[in-house]
Design a protein around this ligand. Structure first.
Ligand code: FAD
Ligand code: DHB
Length: 389
């Protein structure tokens, strides 16, 4: 088989790219290791920036997002039970929308075949070949047979553990990483949320977060040690600890109920400073990981695609290679800034016992400053709603 672009990975970045290319009449094939049901079963991000929404609007796939998504005009932080409610819309004129990654993925998947977005699920052993040439190809296995797809470009949208980044020789790239000394325990439950806005709580017991997927489905997180076992956290223990960390303002409003998903995820910052190598482009988690504080992961994957899709379209439709030449520099500049915000909010809101009492007092003082400074709130607000593309 021959196509213009082979896209590896049918997460949000791969599906968005596939749709944008199809809309412009550029041939692409998406290869995904898992089944569609598996991809849809992964509970991940929930807060969308305007730039991410714009992609869905451009595709004409925002009907459900506009009707079921919850616009948020505020974000709240707490400083040891003291509430700091930041009016992001009043400060920036913009807002974020709560709409789950699973819903975005479903909207993109459901529309795929009608729009000619070819996706091959359960593609095993995906391997990249000749990526430094202008004639790269990808091989994979399905139903016991080997297949080969030739292309002009390969887009590696295959997440942190996929084969695309690993295909780039180690001496051609640098990467930077910070692994945080804790993880997030997440719980999803069919109960109404405790607040209208997302609440990031800084408490001496550790960080807590109250979020939601809808008016009847809540998503909460707790900072836990990296080696914590999920078996140690009954639903009751999670709800009790959330009430403590979110503080009296929210404790009374928390509706408890059985968990429908419960898992622990590690936190890391990782940036691979090579988003293009020969005929291979990397986008989304394949190139960078942010800690989830600030909800930037999915939005950063979408902004990579907002740069990569028009670059590829200009290449094929206008014989203009300037976008593909500039992709790495343009995307990385935004990646660094979003990574900075995720690192900053992580550092501000979590317990770092190794930083001692001095570190804790500095966090308390900074949050107190934010509570009383419009300039500081503005800085958080403009990052939270998403820096311009
Ligand atoms: P992915 O969504 O990872 O998609 C990559 C796709 O590539 C997957 O479907 C995968 O199956 C496929 N793939 C992998 N290997 C291969 C292969 N060999 N061959 C073919 N296909 C392959 N972000 C937030 O903003 N807020 C959150 O609360 C949040 N929670 C998260 C929780 C977890 C457990 C994780 C892992 C991430 C979370 N994120 C969160 C980050 C956010 O979900 C990601 O940034 C986002 O999914 C990135 O999209 P992507 O398309 O680049 O990668
Ligand atoms: C959610 C996740 C985040 O990482 C965050 O900062 C806010 C909300 C969520 O899953 O809803």
């Amino acid at each position: 088989m021959k196509t213009d672009v082979v896209i590896i990975g049918a997460g949000p970045s791969g599906l968005m790219l596939g749709h944008l290319l199809a809309q412009a009449g550029v041939d692409a094939v998406i290869l995904e290791r898992k089944t569609g049901e598996y991809v849809l079963g992964r509970i991940r991000a929930g807060v969308l920036e305007q730039g991410t929404i714009n992609i869905m609007t451009q595709l004409g796939l925002d009907t459900r997002l506009q009707t079921e998504g919850l616009p948020h005009d505020y974000v709240s932080l707490t400083n040891r039970n003291k509430l700091i409610k930041i009016p992001v819309r009043e400060l920036t004129g913009k807002h974020v929308v709560v709409y789950g990654q699973t819903e975005i993925t479903k909207d993109l998947m459901d529309a795929a075949s009608a729009r000619g977005v070819e996706t091959i699920y359960e593609a095993a052993d995906v391997a990249l070949h000749d990526i430094e040439s202008d004639t790269p190809f990808v091989t994979y296995h399905k139903n016991g047979q080997e297949f080969r797809i030739d292309a002009r470009f390969i887009a590696g949208c295959d997440g942190f553990h996929g084969p695309s980044r690993k295909a780039i020789p180690a001496d051609a790239a640098t990467s930077v990483e910070r692994v945080y000394p804790f993880g997030w325990l997440g719980i999803l439950a069919d109960v109404p949320p405790c607040a209208h806005e997302v609440v990031y709580a800084s408490h001496n017991n550790g960080f807590g977060l109250a979020s939601m997927r809808s008016n009847t489905r809540s998503r909460y997180y707790l900072q836990v040690p990296t080696d914590e076992k999920i078996e140690n956290w009954s639903d009751d223990r999670i709800w009790d600890e959330l009430k403590v960390r979110l503080g009296p303002e929210f404790a009374g409003k928390i509706t408890t109920g059985p968990s429908i998903e419960k898992s622990i995820a590690p936190l890391r910052s990782y940036i691979f400073e090579k988003m293009r190598y020969g005929s291979l482009f990397l986008a989304g988690d394949a190139a960078h990981i942010v800690p989830p504080t600030g909800a930037k992961g999915l939005n950063l994957a979408a902004s990579d695609i907002a740069y990569l899709a028009p670059a590829l379209i200009s290449y094929f439709k206008d014989s203009d290679a300037s976008g593909t030449e500039n992709y790495e520099a343009t995307a990385l500049a935004r990646v660094w800034k979003s990574s900075r915000f995720a690192w900053y909010l992580t550092s501000l809101m979590h317990n770092f016992p190794e930083d001692g009492e001095f570190g804790r007092k500095m966090q308390v003082a900074e949050l107190d400053y934010i509570a009383n400074s419009k300039a500081a709130q503005m800085s958080i607000a403009e990052n939270y709603i998403g820096l311009p593309l």
